[in-house]
Structures are given as structure tokens and as C-alpha cells.
Design a protein around this ligand. Structure first.
Ligand SMILES: [Zn+2]
Length: 159
């Protein structure tokens, strides 16, 4: 079975956004609001408590330092610094309730395969995709909103 690494946004990126209230690399103003949707937060990968928690919206390129062509889109993080999701924690349990679309890219940023997953089979779908040697990483997006949630790679080495 392929072991996976679940890669949320880097803590340094989130710190920068909260400190400057602008989008890294774009400068678009970030927007703070009380959550009106489940999110998730792209740092701790937990869904927002609608009407309770504050979140910050900004423009993010999930391919930054990964592939040549940017694909900026809107993302949310908690309005207060939270703890980054543990890369070895498996598919985020709290997100299993939300259908996802998974885009498997090769080393040239070509989309090799796209699959949908829901009803708790998200982790087995992404593991199965990563058994394809051509796929370097999988971008997980919310099926309804279409926005980038996080990236998944194979775990390498002894980890
Ligand atoms: Zn968070």
C-alpha cells in the first residue's frame, strides 16, 4: 500500500498572510469574515464552524515552487494562527464528509488522471492514484466549490 504525505499550506505562508492581510505573490487584499461555509482551513485542514469561527480569504497558487504554470485560486485559513496538519496523519478525517475531486499530475504538470471520491473512500482513491508511477502528486479539490484544498504525495525514504 502506498503511504501518503498530506501537504497543507506552509506555516510561513499563513503567517505572512495573517500579518500583511494580502495574498503572497499577488498582493490582492485578503478578506476577513465569519465563516459562512465549511472551508476547510488550508493549514490545519479542519472544516470551519459556520457562524462561529473567523477565516481569512486570499489568492493562492498551489503550484508555487512545484510547477511552472501558476493556477491561482481562492483559499481560506483560520483567522487566528492554527496548528498545521500533520503530513503523516493520512487523509484528513474531518474532510471525509465532503466529496472531492483529485487531480493527478506528472512531473511536467500534465494532468494524468482525475478521479472523484466521496463517502469515505477518498484515502483509498488517492493511494491508488499514487501507485501510478507517472503521477508525481495529487491536488485535492472540493467537488462542489472546485477550490484547491491540499496536495498529496508519496511518502519516501524510511518515513
Ligand atoms: Zn486552521
Amino acid at each position: 500500500m502506498t503511504e501518503i504525505r498530506v501537504i497543507a499550506l506552509p506555516t510561513t505562508t499563513v503567517q505572512k498572510v495573517l500579518a500583511t492581510m494580502s495574498s503572497p505573490g499577488y498582493g490582492h487584499p485578503a478578506h476577513r469574515e465569519v465563516a459562512t461555509g465549511h472551508g476547510p482551513c488550508r493549514h490545519c485542514l479542519k472544516p470551519f464552524q459556520v457562524g462561529m469561527e473567523e477565516r481569512v480569504l486570499f489568492t493562492c497558487n498551489p503550484f508555487y515552487e512545484l510547477a511552472e504554470v501558476p493556477l491561482p485560486g481562492p483559499v481560506f485559513v483560520h483567522g487566528e494562527m492554527c496548528e498545521r496538519f500533520d503530513e503523516e496523519g493520512g487523509y484528513p478525517r474531518e474532510l471525509l464528509a465532503y466529496p472531492a475531486v483529485m487531480d493527478g499530475y506528472d512531473a511536467e504538470q500534465r494532468l494524468v488522471r482525475q478521479q472523484r471520491a466521496s463517502n469515505g473512500d477518498q484515502e483509498s482513491v488517492v493511494r491508488e492514484m499514487l501507485q501510478d508511477a507517472e503521477i508525481r502528486y495529487v491536488m485535492v479539490r472540493d467537488l462542489e466549490a472546485g477550490c484547491f484544498d491540499f496536495r498529496v504525495e508519496r511518502r519516501t525514504g524510511n518515513g
